[in-house]
Design a protein around this ligand. Structure first.
Ligand code: HDE
Length: 684
């Protein structure tokens, strides 16, 4: 196969090209290459007679079909991926010898898969859940996988508890409900009885778990890793991905409605952005701690339920990932890709984080069942772009034809090849950490503070973000049937914040908690989404339009939106061409039947004439009311005022009226860039 070692950011694409099959214009054949004459009718004994076993084409076609499915991932089953490249800004030579982190400007190919955790492969995408953020770097020294999430910490501290956590969050086994949701008894029973979950639950109840887009999420390596430089000196490191478009979320009511209107909302958004050439970009950040400072902090750096606050350990941005190509085939690439946090390159090593240590076992193990044997590294998407040779042989689906007599080490018949490499030659040498201890099944005391950082997170939220957290708890725990579990949850979260726990207790009908909240008073401003980048780029606007609109006004605002990088859909009562009073003709992209307010970032009300004005008005009012309820920007063209006035929306934050604005286009675009307008009273 293609093991030629010529390396650049297109090398993975070139390698994949050798596996692509282009069917257009080709003759239909069996898998044995035999040309097929008949593909509509099976071979029968007589026109109305029984089908004959002899029909090998029929048997092959049906048999292959019968075996098309493979087991879905036990977690992160629902995912979507894209190809791209990673470019280094800044040499990390002082910290790591990893080849792809040496030369500023150097590029490597990447493949990135985003996912939800709990739902099955066909579940809706805007559910409340953690998102996976897994990146495979195809480097000249082998594949490096950064298998992260969009939340910087995790639910548990030791991998031995992972099956318990996942059993608790997955649909309950007796009735297999609910799908892709944590709002049920077993999950919250697990939370209340495993209080190391406290910090993660605060993130889980925040807006982070209902992202607006995969393109607007942060990513985190979560664990502490090690960078090791050419002199053998190590530093602790945490990895971050920062989206250029900022970190933005949906609101819960909207997220639930999108699940019905477009269960593919996130993959469609990623696919369409890449097809449009609006390539998602994420900057890679690192936080670095010297080995000698390991014990300087009031948290244990091996504890995956803790962040390193960015104000304490700054994030240095060292490069940028751009996702610039959609897959050719979702099964071959997205489904068959096999990530593993243990896929590292020289200069990147592990810490003793007990969650990470367990993951190092789990990922290969799970691929063996999911991908059917030990040769999944030969699948095109998983192949490194550098050569690979060893004495591993055989197994289901083996593709490589290893030539020669020898498949063992050491040997003389093949001059002891394939031969090992010295460290200087690029051989991976594990960091020589001194380890000294008794065998013990216990956790360090330094892992036992479960509430300080949970409180730090809550302290760092704006009022709107805090309210969303209270509402999320009230919804989720409100879905719990067992009153005792509800009470336990409230009693647990009083340790974080008494106001929060009391508000939830009130909403879900349990006793007010009487414990003490954490004394932590600090905040970490980096944790709030309010301080994130706010840009109009790629935001989707629905323009609600009928015949005889003001052509000049519309042309001006639509041009301004497109110039600002926004995406504009013309929505009307039916498909076809509609005309302005000045003769301008415009094609309808969607109708009130095919789309819905929740699928857009903003609405522009223009109005006009249609066959059924009463229905048209109602459709526009519904659109506007929903957008208003979801704190979205609403622009009102001069012809749209009567429609707006008939809705429940009120003039105020994020409402831009053409008649009252001196610079309507700019004001509307600024309102869109702001994302949501939380200081709006949606209850009138
Ligand atoms: Fe995973 N995880 N995980 N996980 N994980 C899997 O591997 C596991 C954890 C993450 O797009 C599985 O190939 C254990 C943390 C992502 O293909 C499995 C533990 C983080 C993906 C597995 C964890 C992750 C997975 C299922 C506790 C963030 C999807 C299918 C020790 C840093 C990758 C598979 C993709 C997938 C095990 C915890 C991220 C079973 C045992 C913490 C993004 O091997």
């Amino acid at each position: 196969m293609n093991n030629n070692h010529s390396f650049d950011e297109t090398s993975k694409d070139k390698q994949l090209e050798t596996f692509r099959s282009y069917e257009k214009g080709k003759k239909l054949t069996t898998n044995q290459g035999l040309k097929v004459a008949e593909d509509e009718h099976s071979l029968k004994a007589g026109l109305r007679g029984p089908t004959l076993m002899e029909d090998f084409h029929f048997r092959e076609k049906i048999t292959h079909f019968d075996h098309e499915r493979i087991p879905e991932r036990v977690v992160h089953a629902r995912g979507y991926a894209a190809h791209g490249e990673f470019e280094l800004y800044k040499s990390m030579k002082d910290y790591t010898k990893a080849a792809f982190l040496q030369e500023p400007g150097s590029k490597v190919p990447v493949f990135t898969r985003f996912s939800t955790v709990a739902g099955s492969r066909g579940s809706a995408e805007t559910v409340r859940d953690v998102r996976g953020f897994a990146v495979k770097f195809y480097t000249e020294e082998g594949n490096f996988d950064l298998v992260g999430n969009n939340i910087p910490i995790f639910f548990i501290q030791d991998a031995i508890k992972f099956p318990d956590l996942i059993h608790a969050v997955k649909p309950e086994p007796h009735n297999e409900m609910p799908q892709a949701a944590s709002a049920h008894d077993t999950f919250w029973d697990f939370v209340a009885n495993n209080q190391e979950t406290a910090h993660m639950i605060m993130w889980h109840m925040s807006d982070r778990t209902i992202p607006r887009s995969f393109r607007m999420m942060e990513g985190f390596g979560v664990h502490t890793f090690r960078f090791v430089n050419a002199e053998g000196k190590a530093h602790f490191v945490k990895f971050h991905w920062k989206p250029k478009l900022g970190v933005h979320s949906l609101v819960w009511d909207e997220a639930q409605k999108i699940s019905g209107k477009d269960p593919d909302f996130h993959r469609r958004d990623l696919w369409e952005s890449i097809e449009r050439g609006q390539f998602p970009e994420f900057e890679l950040g690192v936080q670095i701690i010297e080995e000698k400072d390991e014990f300087m902090f009031d948290f244990d750096i091996l504890d995956a339920t803790k962040i390193w606050p960015e104000e304490v350990v700054p994030v240095q941005l060292i490069g940028k990932m751009t996702l610039n190509r959609n897959v050719d085939n979702v099964f071959a690439e997205t489904e068959q890709v096999a990530f593993h946090p243990g896929h590292v390159v020289p200069g990147i090593d592990f810490s003793n984080d007990p969650l990470l240590q367990g993951r190092l076992f789990s990922y290969t193990d799970t691929q063996l069942i999911r991908l059917g044997g030990p040769n999944f590294h030969e699948l095109p998407i998983n192949r490194p772009v550098c050569p690979f040779h060893n004495n591993q042989r055989d197994g289901y689906g083996r593709q490589t034809i290893n030539v020669g007599q020898v498949s063992y080490h050491k040997n003389s018949l093949a001059d002891n090849s394939p031969s090992t490499s010295t460290e200087k030659e690029g051989g991976y040498v594990h960091y020589e950490e001194k380890v000294d201890g008794r065998k013990i099944q216990a956790r360090s005391d330094s892992f036992k503070d479960h509430f300080s950082q949970a409180r730090l997170f809550y302290n760092s939220m704006t009022l709107a973000e805090k309210k969303h957290i209270v509402d999320a708890f009230s919804f989720e725990v409100g879905k719990v049937k067992d009153k005792n579990v509800r009470q336990q949850v409230v009693d647990m979260f009083v340790n974080v914040d008494k106001g929060l726990a009391t508000a939830v207790a009130q909403a879900i009908g349990v006793d007010h908690p009487d414990g003490e909240e954490s004394a932590v008073a600090e905040t970490s401003p980096a944790l709030s989404q309010e301080t994130t980048a706010k840009l109009p780029d790629t935001r989707k606007v629905a323009v609600l339009l009928g015949e005889q609109f003001d052509g000049n006004e519309l042309e001006s605002i639509v041009t301004a939106c497109l110039d600002a990088g926004m995406v504009v859909d013309i929505v009307s009562d039916k498909f076809g061409i509609i005309h302005a009073e000045n003769g301008l003709a415009i094609e309808v992209d969607e109708t009130f039947l095919t789309v819905h307010s929740v699928l857009y970032d903003a609405v522009l009300v223009v109005g006009g004439e249609v066959d059924n004005p009463t229905k048209f008005k109602k459709d526009i009012i519904n659109f506007v009311n929903e957008a208003f309820q979801h704190y979205k920007p609403i622009g009102v063209a001069s012809t749209g005022v009567s429609f707006f006035d008939a809705s429940d929306a009120e003039v105020g934050s994020g409402i831009v009226m053409a008649d009252e604005s001196n610079n309507f286009n700019n004001d509307f675009i600024a309102a869109v860039a702001a994302h949501r307008h939380w200081d709006r009273n949606i209850y009138g």
